[in-house]
Design a protein around this ligand. Structure first.
Ligand code: HMG
Ligand code: MG
Length: 315
């Protein structure tokens, strides 16, 4: 593949392999009220069989703030755990950590924002207060041998504060790394970023945190998620957050649409010769099943194209 691109004068350095972090059961379903615990469990079990190695299975946040995640206990205890998969939980405080431990989550993820407005609206505190709140969460998790991932929201724009300066993203990313997060997931929460702005942001962050410790988390509100991902891959990012069927959004980010669809990421990686270890057909099947429950079609263009090819063959 490299030789081919090189001959065509298109050589751009892409990583040979990437890890996908499947966030559909958490980010994807935190906005959806009509999904039962049994349906969430079935979705995670299907995804576990697809070759994915990392699945965020739920969130131990306040049920007053996000009622859709209130059944995360049931979900964690109902799934069939595949030994090859890390099942993680989103945790906002010590109370959330206790629940994640009780449910035997393999890892936890803490979350803050690069902008004050979203931080306040999403977790009811300033960025500085959030970092203080996370200090004991991270240290207790580490004492128990639990790895901690950090989410950093609004890396391009904030629905409350407007554009986020790249240096501000870099500074909070550095703080999360120093707190003990082994990886920082950079979230374009409202999906307004474009490749040049994402490149500038990544350039600033990479001065403080190594690319191998970063992940990207693109929402596709303005249709730029795959373009932003392509840009990120060319800048050495090797972990990609994505969501089956393109589900996703955040109740505290008005207007935010779904995450980049796992199916679309898989097709892009396939085309670039980047190894994922994930079976596109199986993810697409899981995506159709959950979309059926939600009463709509998957948002993934790749999934729709696969379906149309399949039905054309049958007729
Ligand atoms: P607060 O109201 O400031 O805190 O919320 P509180 O301590 O007063 O708690 C309020 C109530 O919740 C209390 O109950 C607590 O006991 C309870 P009451 O006494 O009123 O009956 N509570 C809890 N219950 C269960 N589990 C807990 C817990 N903590 C408190 N862990 C808090 C502060 C952080 C708790 C709240 O703001 C919260 O839970 N926020 C979560 C919001 C959220 O989940 N947003 C979506 C995820 S983030 C996202 O989607 C972005 C991301 O995808 C990346 C991207 O796209 O950018 C990650
Ligand atoms: Mg998100």
């Amino acid at each position: 593949m490299k030789a081919l691109l090189s001959r065509a004068g298109l050589l751009c350095e892409f990583p040979p392999a990437v890890t996908l972090v499947e966030v559909g059961a958490r980010d994807g379903l935190q906005n959806e009220s009509a999904v039962t615990s049994a349906a969430k469990i079935a979705l995670i079990d299907q995804l576990s069989a697809s070759g994915l190695t990392y699945i965020e299975a739920g969130a131990f946040v306040s049920p007053k703030w996000v009622p859709q995640m209130a059944d995360s206990h049931e979900v964690f205890s109902g799934i069939q755990r595949a030994p090859t998969v890390t099942y993680s939980a989103l945790v906002p405080n010590l109370r959330g950590l206790e629940q994640a431990i009780a449910c035997q989550a393999d890892e936890i993820a803490i979350f803050t924002s690069a902008s004050q407005g979203f931080c306040q609206h999403n977790i009811n505190c300033s960025i500085e207060q959030s970092l203080q709140r996370f200090e004991p969460v991270v240290s207790q998790a580490q004492q128990l041998g639990l790895k901690v991932r950090g989410y950093l929201s609004c890396v391009a724009d904030c629905p409350y504060d407007g554009p986020t300066p790249p240096e501000q993203v870099a500074s909070v990313a550095e703080a999360l790394r120093d707190l003990g997060c082994y990886q920082i997931s950079l979230g374009d929460t409202i999906g307004t970023g474009t490749p040049l702005r994402i490149a500038r942001m990544l350039e600033a962050v990479r001065k403080q945190v190594q690319a191998k410790q970063l992940a990207v988390h693109f929402h596709d509100t303005w249709g730029m998620a795959l373009a932003n991902l392509y840009q990120s891959l060319s800048m050495g990012i090797t972990t990609i957050d994505c969501s089956v069927a393109g589900l996703g959004g955040c109740p505290y980010a008005p207007g935010a649409a779904g995450n980049v669809a796992t199916e679309d990421v898989l097709y892009l990686c396939q085309g670039l010769g980047i190894h994922t270890g994930v079976d596109l057909q199986q993810v697409a099947k899981a995506g159709w099943a959950i979309s059926h429950i939600l009463g709509r079609r998957p948002i993934s263009k790749v999934s729709l194209a696969l379906y149309s090819k399949l039905t054309q063959k049958k007729t």
